[in-house]
Ligand binder design. Sequence first.
Ligand code: AMP
Length: 471
Amino acid sequence: MTIKFDSLKIIEPILEALKKIGYVTPTPIQEKTITLALDNKDVIGIAQTGTGKTAAFVIPLLQKLHLKPSRTKSPRALVLAPTRELAAQIGQSFRTYGKFLKLKHVEVYGGVPISPQIRALERGVDILVATPGRLMDLMNQREVDLDKIDFFVLDEADRMLDMGFLKDVRKIAEELPTKKQSLFFSATMSNAIINLTKDFLKNPAKVQITPQATPVEKIKQCVYFVDQNDKIELLLDLYYQDKMDCVLLFVKGKHRADKIAKLLNKNKIATDAIHGNKSQGQRTKALGNFKSGKVKVLVATDIAARGIDVHNISHVINFDLPNETENYVHRIGRTARAGKQGNAYSFCAAEDRNFLNEIEKITKREMPAGQHKYHSHKAKDATGVNAKPKPRTSRFNRVNKINPRSGRKNQESSDSRDEGRGRNSRGRKSSSSGGSRFGSRRKGSSSSGARKFGSRDSRKSSGFSSRKGRR
Ligand code: AMP
């Protein structure tokens, strides 16, 4: 029997809001978590994005705060999210589901001025949605009082860990009153997360929705073995062949992201890029245009794409395979949302081969290979050192190298940096893995027919060259 929201003891104003947006049936994580949370239980939710986990905590939080009114100006609920995008999306959920309630929430995250956030806190707030970095700043400046917190939600705990936030999360959790209800969510459960739950949750009920690190069934996964040099051509072929219209494209570096976005725009495919060098305003605009369909392809780095909640992503393309296997699961979870079908294509060059092997190990299945005219046997059969990224010059040399044209120091930085506060994270190695380089032009004739890379000579102007091509 399918359970409906109205059989979950949810109060009328929230049911009304749900009805307004057309949600009738709770997702499995919602059904279980809402019931447990309304029953005052601490909960560990093991679920990926796309399972409806946001509403699973937002709904009971709103209900409990509404039913226990208070005169305090200090927040009574704290939700911690790893990125500003996710914090903003959670804030949006509070707005949507709390439309008919009189509860106030504030989102605080880095990359935007702190003073309006301080003023909003001063005006009084029921729910505080925060990234750890900005919350620590506010705590250090004594601009936020966490003494009245009755509910604590930690979202995407595994991301917090990946982004090097665990220490901050612990510090924040230690500042909270002991008597409170806590809900922790994570796509995966590593030992560090298990320890965190042991330290901060009381007899938690465990809700596991998808088996750990298993990608959603509804996603058609496919690998394309291709040389670095041919990735752009393959992308353009697939784009037209599949008539793609909402593509999230993952790459491994900020500069690479910009370069690909530029190339696609030259090919008249409306594209934008989001990564750590983009301002909050630029990111919000890019996401807005992507959501509205004005931008067809959004090129992103792993960190920047965290928490992107766009319903209609038809294709996730791993232009570069992630070097941290679990990111694969996070990436492809952006498509096939809310019961829809989705496609996840992975471009595997020789140097990505080991990453593919690792992904197949955790997904426990061999990824079907797509047929295409740029098929690379070299990539498919790569083993040993050929299957790994080539070592690059050391980080020190890279950072301090003088650009011969500008005379300035190369400011290249890691993509896996905390984009809210500019600190380094565990994922730093992602940007130092080798791979193709942009900038130099490849000579030779086009194999992609009439397609042009911005100018008449498609290959020459693609701006896309391999390591080999540069030497
Ligand atoms: P989340 O996992 O929280 O990021 O949610 C994934 C997507 O599912 C979001 O776009 C939600 O708006 C949507 N969603 C959440 N709950 C429901 C529901 N019960 N019925 C239909 N769509 C939902």
